[in-house]
Design a protein around this ligand. Structure first.
Ligand code: SF4
Length: 348
């Protein structure tokens, strides 16, 4: 009953997305379709659809197949990924593409367990590829699905412990022949109707079966376990400008923002002060902050303008082209701050 109502609603309300086959249609059989589904799912982790669209179009235009992506230069992919955040995903993206080419003849496996052996593919992504790319039965659970199902059955167990109950509900609901449409229908419903705040129960196809809708506050589900506050770490980024250029480095491959182009910076820890890479009349330009999964970073930005380039390891980039060198968001914020302050001081 609930599944039929949802599928009918999805046929009339599905979002058109370049990585999705239309509701009711068989999944495309070409070899690049699973690649598109996989790429979109990796990009959509922690990033909204509106942001992903542009990245997806650029990636698939430049690397139209998993083989093309596997053959790409690491630096080109990291640069193209800049702005999507969570750079471990970009490194896993390349590792996964290369594993698919090396171990699976350039075609993603259609089996969930086999998919989970690939870098960067967890339970959700394996189920999503199985259902969306191959049209096979799979139980796809993301945060949107969790929200709708905990409301539908008024599941009071806090997340993440509620996932077992959510899976059990879905095992009964997911139609054997339309698992992909069902999951994508739930996701679209969660985005458009069963929203985190103020769900529009009056417009919802699941309302006749929904327990939360019989209460005066459906938005109280899902119940979330109390979160511990994230600790704050401190660091310093160094903006070194000479002869119209700025020093950048590539961060070590392992660790946060690994392999990404960046400004030189101190370690990120408890101490706010750090020793600059070169002696000089450093100016405190301000600070930027950025939330990582497990901590909040406050990065002080210090600037130094020299007449000649000092002998430091790294690459010098034109000041006016710093927006195009593929800095991750944190360092882009620091660069924008430094540019603004130094420009102001030039004008004064
Ligand atoms: Fe969500 Fe309301 Fe629909 Fe229940 S009836 S699934 S709470 S929008």
């Amino acid at each position: 009953m609930a599944a039929n109502a949802l599928l009918q609603w999805y046929r009339q309300n599905a979002r058109e997305l370049p990585w999705r086959s239309p509701p009711g249609a068989a999944v495309p059989g070409d070899a690049d379709w699973p690649y598109r589904v996989w790429l979109s799912e990796i990009m959509l982790q922690q990033t909204v659809v509106a942001t992903v669209r542009g990245y997806f179009e650029r990636f698939t235009a430049r690397w139209p197949s998993v083989a093309a992506l596997a053959a790409a230069e690491d630096g080109d992919v990291m640069q193209a990924w800049a702005g999507l955040g969570y750079y471990a995903r970009a490194r896993n993206l390349l590792a996964c593409a290369r594993a698919v080419v090396r171990d699976h003849g350039g075609r993603f496996p259609a089996d969930e367990a086999m998919l989970r052996t690939l870098p960067g593919i967890g339970d959700y992504t394996a189920a999503a590829i199985t259902a969306f790319a191959y049209g096979r039965h799979a139980i796809v659970i993301d945060g949107n699905v969790e929200r709708v199902i905990t409301r539908l059955r008024a599941i009071d167990t806090p997340l993440p412990a509620a996932r077992a109950a959510i899976r059990a509900v879905l095992a009964d609901l997911v139609p054997a022949d339309a698992a992909g449409d069902f999951a994508q229908g739930l996701m679209d419903l969660a985005t458009r109707v069963c929203t985190p705040k103020n769900p529009r129960c009056g417009d919802c196809p699941l309302q006749p079966d929904c327990r939360a809708a019989t209460t005066d506050d459906p938005s109280r589900w899902p119940v979330k376990a109390a979160r511990r506050p994230r600790p704050t770490r401190h660091g310093t980024a160094w903006w070194i400008e000479a002869e119209g250029e700025v020093l950048t480095i590539v961060r070590p491959a392992r660790g946060l923002l690994g392999g990404m182009r960046a400004l030189p910076s101190s370690d990120w820890g408890d101490a706010a002060e750090a020793v600059p890479p070169v002696a000089g009349d450093w100016v405190h330009l301000g600070a930027v902050s950025h939330g990582f999964t497990h901590f909040e970073l406050v990065l002080a930005v210090r600037g130094l303008r020299l007449a000649a380039k000092p002998a430091l390891a790294g690459d010098w980039q034109n000041v006016d082209e710093m927006g195009e060198v593929g800095l991750p968001t944190l360092f882009q914020k620091a660069a924008t701050l430094a540019r603004a302050i130094f420009k102001t001081s030039e004008a004064a």
